[in-house]
Design a protein around this ligand. Structure first.
Ligand SMILES: [Zn+2]
Length: 296
């Protein structure tokens, strides 16, 4: 029977937080056995910690995102909530404390973004926030979930400088070119695919996938974002959730849709890709203190 692992999502996001119990129930019914829930701001680390304590299937991750806010995106421009700009003076000590207090935790979401999404966010400050988080992941030997948009030219030398990363670096919703895949893989990267990738050029995606080593491939939803553009392969069990009738926000059960899409590009049976990606996620998230169960 298929088992899946949503390697990157945000169930603490205020847009879906109230539905989290229902969303997690639907995911489990759909055999999505684990969800790596990524904090994005100092303000939501506590919520992520609590979810990790409450749900055996939630892997807590703490990180400071380059621009995302816990406020609705449209408010970002009006409020002083920009990530790297609005951080507290002791954000890094606080991050370290959360990680130390949570043996099951990984790091994420952190990142670099030169795309229009990060317009107006000072890039130097992004670097100042990104590097120490990557160093922390290296130091404590935990996986780290990285958002990288239009910034691979910077990411590669930084990874070369700080790495290697035996605990793994997850390049979430991988958007880089096929050419740099081998270099990134050599540096310890895992390549994670989501509904965002379904909007990319199919041929480009195929070229990327051809070069991704099978032991480095992951699947994710990035929920509540990354809603797949074609819901035809949704898991039947998730249709019992009220979230599914309201198709505004994405949820972990939709990792089945990503599975179908990526398996079709790889020309591989979906059962095989499910097995490979699940095994990769389990290995990646099996550090000392982790809550994943290899026998699951
Ligand atoms: Zn994310």
């Amino acid at each position: 029977m298929i088992k899946l692992f949503d390697a990157h999502c945000h169930l603490q996001d205020p847009r879906i937080f109230d539905s989290a119990p229902e969303i997690i129930r639907a995911a489990l019914l759909c055999r999505v056995l684990y969800m790596a829930v990524n904090g994005i701001t100092e303000n939501d680390w506590d919520k992520v910690k609590q979810m990790g304590e409450q749900y055996p299937s939630v892997i807590p991750n703490y990180g400071l995102h380059p621009w995302k806010s816990q406020f609705p995106l449209k408010q970002i421009d009006n409020k002083c909530t920009r990530y790297v700009v609005g951080r507290s003076s002791n954000w890094l000590e606080s991050l370290r404390k959360y990680i130390e207090d949570t043996p099951a935790a990984a790091i994420g979401e952190i990142g670099l973004d030169r795309s229009p999404l990060a317009k107006g966010i000072d890039y130097q400050q992004q670097l100042e926030v990104f590097k120490p988080q990557l160093e922390l992941a290296k130091e404590i030997g935990r996986p780290v979930s990285v958002h990288c948009l239009d910034a691979f030219d910077d990411l590669i030398p930084i990874m070369q400088d700080i790495g290697p990363f035996p605990a793994g670096v997850i390049l979430h919703s991988y958007s880089g070119s096929a050419e740099i895949v081998p270099k990134l893989a050599e540096l310890g990267a895992y390549f994670s695919f989501s509904g965002h990738n379904m909007n990319d050029d199919k041929e480009k995606e195929k070229q990327v996938l051809k070069l991704v080593p099978l032991h480095r491939i992951l699947l994710e939803t990035d929920s509540p974002d990354g809603l797949p553009n074609n819901m035809s392969h949704a898991c039947c069990a998730s249709k019992t959730s009220s979230m599914s009738t309201n198709q505004t926000y994405n949820q972990p059960s939709n990792v089945h849709i990503v599975l179908n899409y990526i398996a079709s590009l790889l020309e591989m049976p979906k059962e095989e890709l499910a097995q490979i990606s699940y095994r990769n996620s389990i290995q990646l998230f099996s550090y000392p203190g982790s809550k994943v169960c290899k026998e699951h």
